[in-house]
Design a protein around this ligand. Sequence first.
Ligand code: GLU
Length: 291
Amino acid sequence: MRTRFAPSPTGPLHLGHAYSALLAEGMARASGGAFLLRIEDIDSTRSRAHWEAQIYDDLHWLGLRWDEAPMRQSDRLPAYEAALDNLWARELIYPCHCTRRDIQAAAAAPQEGAEPAYGPDGLVYPGTCRDRLAPGYGATPRPHGAALRLDMARALEQIGFGMWFEESGAGPDGETGRITLSPAQLLARVGDVVLSRRDFPGSYHLSVVLDDAAQAITHVVRGRDLFEATAIHVILQRLLNIVTPVYHHHALIRDERGKRLAKRDDARAIATYREGGATPEDIRRMVGLGG
Ligand code: GLU
């Protein structure tokens, strides 16, 4: 078993991160496997070196050790570019120039009485820029400086309409075991997601799939908030000939009022507890992992 913890250095690690990391490491250790670390720093506008340093410091303090050198997404651009070239040549991605406001306006326009649908990335893309290029465009150079979206309908055609993965934890509604999604569900609830951003050759979905494969992760342990995104990751794995790992989505740590901890909830930052004199065992206890 190979598990990983993949934080973004865009703020302090909080109790939810500690839970995820301790759980992933515990699962790897229990099976004699490996635990890996990956710094998800593709968002250069929000990633900061001091947050990255704090991640290493907090994880060491918690007693976590990773078995290989950490991977940093900012070092992985050639792999992302190669995958985008592949998808472009197969005409599975297309350029999109829509702003968030364009998408909102198009999704709100009255259309056959359909309610705008929300997917893992917010509003499901209404398809404005799809089919703007004539077939054969895959032989032309891939454009830079535009967002590139997955053509979900074409993707589903290519993968033979099969989408399933093994869930060893549980989704938000208790989903566990073999999870399947039909093409109709994928089109309606996920749609044409962004695989490359205007300012960066890649997106969370593309990077996470390529990086989990490069780190040979067998069990992806992460919060239930990412359960919906897993369908996208599995589709990308099928398209790129990558073996699908087992997914283990875990419960989210909530505050005393039952509210989910926000990414930048400094009050529950591990650093704040450390300053207040908490021990690593206290943190384990707080997230329900004994100690
Ligand atoms: N970097 C993501 C986050 O900090 C986690 C990605 C993942 O575990 O797949 O929310």
